[in-house]
Design a protein. Structure first.
Length: 225
């Protein structure tokens, strides 16, 4: 004869409650560096509504949940761990207010770059010293980037910064190049993968040792989603 269930057995544990969006956001903010959060959250919150449309295709709560899912995907794939620590504000002055010759040259060099991101083939002859534009005749895809000569000058100047200053100031210089590349050419971009939201950043190469120089057009126009 089977025993009747005890009082404790008859009360099965309820399934765990899903994490609230507020708690999820707080948890993710503790994991993702603040500068990266600020750069990525507008992209994650974009619901792809046409800019000319006055109505959003998603509700506020749906949009928030979608954004947190995308930021969770960022953490799951370790995208936030691909970046070295960003220099503190007090350390950036060595570049923003340069006194050394190498930092002056680097700042002047980066200041000459036009903003190519999002533009079509409307570059002036002067701008073409720094950027290229290419449209594939078969696929119709459009791409742009810094010219190889310009990238080589930047790379050579970084070497001089290292010789004159050392690793700490080199890190500041690399971040200056990375940020300028993200501003002018291509920074953080995203697309919907098969199972998750995929994040990438072409400008991250400037934070690495011996960054590769672009020899052929290869950057495609990517709509921030």
């Amino acid at each position: 004869m089977s025993k009747s269930p005890t009082k404790s057995q008859s009360k099965a544990k309820p399934p765990p409650r899903p994490e609230s969006l507020v708690h999820m956001e707080q948890r993710l903010k503790k994991t993702i560096p603040s500068w990266l959060w600020d750069a990525c959250i507008p992209i994650a919150e974009d619901d792809n509504t046409d800019s000319d449309c006055i109505y959003s295709t998603t509700t506020s709560s749906e949009n928030k949940r979608m954004a947190m899912k995308r930021m969770q995907d960022l953490v799951n794939e370790g995208f936030h761990q691909k970046y070295p620590d960003r220099p503190e504000e007090k350390d950036i002055k060595v570049y923003s207010e340069p006194t050394s010759e190498s930092m002056k040259v680097l700042k002047e060099l980066l200041d000459t770059s036009p903003v190519a991101k999002g533009r079509l083939d409307d570059f002036t002859d002067a701008e073409r010293q720094y950027v290229y534009f290419h449209q594939d005749m078969f696929s119709g895809s459009q791409s742009w980037g810094w010219t190889s000569d310009y990238e080589q000058k930047i790379k050579d100047t970084l070497d001089v910064v290292k010789e004159e200053h050392g690793e700490k100031e080199l890190t500041v210089a690399r971040w200056a190049v990375r940020d300028r590349c993200a501003e002018c050419i291509s920074g953080i971009t995203v697309y919907d993968g098969v199972h998750s939201y995929q994040w990438s950043d072409e400008s991250i190469k400037w934070l690495r040792d011996n960054p590769p120089i672009e020899r052929n057009p290869g950057r495609k126009l990517v709509k921030l989603q």
